[in-house]
Design a binder for this molecule. Structure first.
Ligand SMILES: [Zn+2]
Length: 562
């Protein structure tokens, strides 16, 4: 007998990459997964202004996979429309949303203002922005951040766990368990599936079990070059450009990509990687994007998301998101000075596809100079200024001015944040309990069709490519799990518990050594207060853990107390 039935509706990111938004009805509970903005063509953009196809006030909670706007960008609209539930995400996703959603609100306000000026001249009625900076800020109070790997009970029957997706800081694969009268159903959302060996963050977590899987297919038809040598290629470009007397301009996404580049350059500037020609060491590198600068600060505040390599650097005393010739230009004045000073430099600026932001000024000042270099490190969508330059346009229009393209154009393709076809297939091979169905989302036609065929043929797993508006019934399993399997799971969990405790022991030893060192330094009153506060928080958490450990002991051995 089947007891659990879940109805799932695909309201976005179905046969398109953007607008991630899936609704699940489990009994009388309604759970939303992601609430992203549609991005790209005018037709897609218009979808953002349509009312939600469900009643936001009836949604109990929202689970957010990561901070990218095509997954989070309609959250302020959802709240304006009546949503009052909790938003679950990782702490880093919340931190990134706290800069990205207001930034998105700012863009909405600016675009509406621009549009309304035209509408006034045309005698049309004025429009309101999708949401404002204030409304975006207001939506942040609904967040309820959690840690990676913690299993969180939402009620008696439902629990969730966020695991690393290896895509951007805080990005998650989400596992959802539904239990009723001993029956189980597990749904896994891959979110945006990332890649192994990305700088700073951990690899995508291996998931071994799912009844149903909702899978990112963005690059289901493509293969990325390896990431290892991308920064190594950048160093000779910098040296050559300086010899010519020009600048290296890098258009970059503000979140993750800019930090990836800083992290890679750090190894060369702080000489973790030895290069014979050290002449690049005095070339200054400027990060010229307020959003990228704020994001870098958020990265530094979330070291629990870092991979082993990054943590090892920190333990050795390196800050991997800084180096001796790195500069951050926050103000417009500082940004403008980059184009008036004659010295050769590297400018990392946003946005990544050159459609808006400070990067356009840097392109205007450098594209016409044969001495300069433009280095693309990310995807350039069709119709963008970045795509035209990358594809070899001889002349482009920037701020209404015709600019000759004389600079050298380079593209380093290995920095992608999405798993490619081979990486998706490799990740799927880890499933021991194979999903009954895999829903392929976040992709365009070609990617979806190619990946769907491949999964069916090579892995013999069943796939569905839903359209926007489609819904399906997911049925719970009534198989009885053999006792050996349950015991095996408990053993595995115990092993993880031991490993985590060991990591904690090592970390505490390191921290206490650092505390001893710190007390020998001269410290301000504020610095001491901040450090004391942190220690008090840690002590409270440790006491709670200690009590929990004692409680479990008496519970499992009730006889011992007598
Ligand atoms: Zn993403």
């Amino acid at each position: 007998m089947i007891l659990i039935i879940v109805k799932i509706h695909f309201w976005g990111a179905a046969q398109v990459v953007t607008g991630s938004n899936f609704l699940m009805e489990i009994g009388d509970k309604k759970i939303l997964f992601d609430c992203g903005m549609f991005q790209g063509s005018r037709q897609l953009n218009r979808l953002n202004f349509k009312p939600f196809p469900y009643k936001p006030e009836e949604i109990d909670l929202l689970i957010l996979s990561h901070a990218h706007i095509d997954h989070s960008g309609r959250i302020p609209s959802l709240i304006k429309a009546g949503f009052k539930g909790k938003i679950y995400s990782t702490q880093a996703t919340f931190d990134l949303c706290s800069i990205m959603l207001p930034d998105s609100g700012h863009i909405q306000e600016m675009e509406t203002e621009w549009d309304n000026r035209k509408r006034i001249r045309a005698g049309k009625s004025l429009r309101k922005p999708l949401y404002t900076v204030e409304e975006a800020n207001d939506s942040l109070k609904y967040f309820s951040p959690v840690l990676y790997n913690q299993k969180i009970a939402l009620d008696d029957n439902l629990s969730i766990r966020f695991q690393d997706a290896g895509h951007i800081l805080g990005s998650s694969i989400v596992e959802l368990w539904i239990q009723e009268e001993g029956k189980n159903l597990k749904i896994v959302f891959s979110g945006d599936l990332g890649r192994k060996n990305k700088p700073i963050i951990r690899d995508p977590a291996i998931i071994e079990e799912a009844d149903y899987l909702i899978l990112d297919s963005t690059y289901g038809h493509k293969f990325h070059p390896s990431l290892d040598n991308e920064a190594a290629k950048l160093i000779p470009i910098m040296i050559e450009t300086r010899k010519r007397g020009g600048n290296v301009v890098i258009p970059s996404f503000a979140i993750q990509r800019a930090q990836d580049i800083i992290y890679e350059l750090n190894k060369y500037y702080d000489q973790i990687i030895a290069v014979r020609d050290k002449s690049y060491l005095d070339i200054p590198v400027y990060v010229d994007s307020p959003l990228a600068i704020s994001a870098t600060e958020i990265f530094i505040r979330n070291p629990d998301c870092f991979d082993q390599n990054t943590l090892a650097l920190i333990k050795e005393g390196y800050n991997p998101l800084d180096f001796h010739n790195l500069h951050f230009s926050r103000t417009t004045k500082e940004s403008k000075e980059l184009n008036t000073s004659p010295e050769s430099k590297v400018i990392i600026s946003a946005n990544g596809m050159c459609t808006a932001g400070r990067i356009k000024h840097h392109l205007k000042h450098n594209l016409w100079r044969k001495e300069s270099s433009i280095v693309f490190v990310g995807y350039q969508a069709e119709g963008t200024l970045g795509r035209r330059i990358k594809e070899g346009a001889k002349e482009v229009k920037i701020f209404g001015e015709e600019i000759r393209v004389n600079a050298q154009i380079h593209a380093l393709e290995g920095f992608s944040a999405h798993a490619d076809q081979a990486e998706i297939m490799q990740w799927l091979r880890n499933f021991k309990k194979r999903p009954k169905k895999i829903f392929l989302v976040h992709g365009e036609q070609e990617a979806l069709a190619t990946l769907s065929d491949l999964i069916q043929q090579e892995l013999n797993m069943d796939t569905i490519v839903p359209q926007i508006g489609d819904h399906f019934l997911l049925k719970g399993t009534d198989e009885i799990i053999p006792i050996e399997e349950v015991e095996e799971k408990i053993q595995k969990e115990k092993q993880l518990f031991e490993e985590e405790a060991e990591q904690l022991r090592e970390l505490m030893i390191l921290v206490l050594e650092q505390v001893e060192q710190k007390t020998k330094e001269e410290l301000s009153f504020e610095e001491i207060s901040e450090l004391r506060n942190k220690i008090m928080e840690l002590r409270k958490e440790s006491l709670e853990l200690s009590l929990l450990l004692m409680t479990n002991k008496s519970r499992s051995n009730p006889g011992e107390e007598q």
